[in-house]
Design a protein around this ligand. Sequence first.
Ligand code: NAD
Length: 352
Amino acid sequence: MPVFGAVDFDAHEQVTFFHDKETGLKAIIAIHNTNRGPALGGCRIWPYPDEQQAITDVLRLSRGMTYKAAMANLPFGGGKAVVIADSHKDKSPALLRAFGKCVEKLDGCYITAEDVGTSVDDMVFIRETTSHVVGLPGGSGDPSPFTAIGVYDAICSAVLYRLKKSTLKGVTVAVQGLGHVGYHLCKLLAESGAQLIVTDIETELLERVVKEFKAESVSPEKIYGVEADVFAPCALGAIINDVTLPQFKCVIIAGSANNQLECHAHGEILAEKEILYAPDYVVNAGGLIDVYYEGPNYDLDVVRAHVRGIHDTLLDVFHKAEELKISTSEAADLIAEERFRSISHPEIAVSL
Ligand code: NAD
């Protein structure tokens, strides 16, 4: 099981495996790059079928955080943690405290937060054993509403660029995943007059969105091929792949899910098919921007203004791709790499 030799290793600075005998905790924390500041990234609790999948996930997610922080102009590097467990069955205060101890051992090089399988309330238990955690209740709180605002702005930006429309009235958006981000996104979309086609594997969440926002529901496997202007993936990663690509009828893809492209080549195929792809790590930075401002001087308007910047950052990406005749995913990578590769800015590192 290679780590240094893994396709997704991509010059990670540190990958640490943790085990706690008492709670059965198995965690991996990956730190991709700290040139811009300490590595910040959520803790995902997921029942990975095997360890290789957990390693692949943590490497891809932490790398994505480096690019995300750079594109959002934040003084953070990229990191991520995965805990191999089922959050519904295995998550307990003891497990979360044990995870906090692992974070503490990294001495501030990695700062944790919530992700799939963890909640704001879970951060309270983690805080008992480490100070290197953000997104606590009473702090900036749940970052998902800000992530949703960023996704909404990204959709507006892509619709303006691709469809030359300055409003979402009458635009059809297919939303995959109606959890923390997907629900808030549907609310914003419905309020602006967009038509919604939605799916989730959880029937309750699906019924709620159908009822509240007059959305049309489809089964999870049908969502890729629906007649929609925009596809907004807000569930899990790697959903742009050889199986889904031939199904897409949309002209824009913009959603919150991390690592939407199964591999780099799928970004090129989207460009060939003239589907405008809004790179995930640019689109979903709203939550990260929100936690950056956590603290006594937290100001909602300042956070909102920073998140709204995603709209114009994306326009820069689209224009760069057009100018250089490259895919939007490559254009975003180029801009991000310029921002984190050659510099080391210990002076902009924030203390949290
Ligand atoms: P969540 O767990 O609250 O919601 C995900 C939803 O997707 C769940 O309702 C789940 O039932 C559904 N789902 C899972 N598999 C599905 C499938 N095959 N088809 C349809 N639905 C499916 O997670 P979230 O916080 O809303 O985040 C969604 C995505 O956005 C994740 O990829 C996450 O990493 C990413 N993201 C979230 C944030 C944030 O602030 N929460 C920030 C950045 C990125």
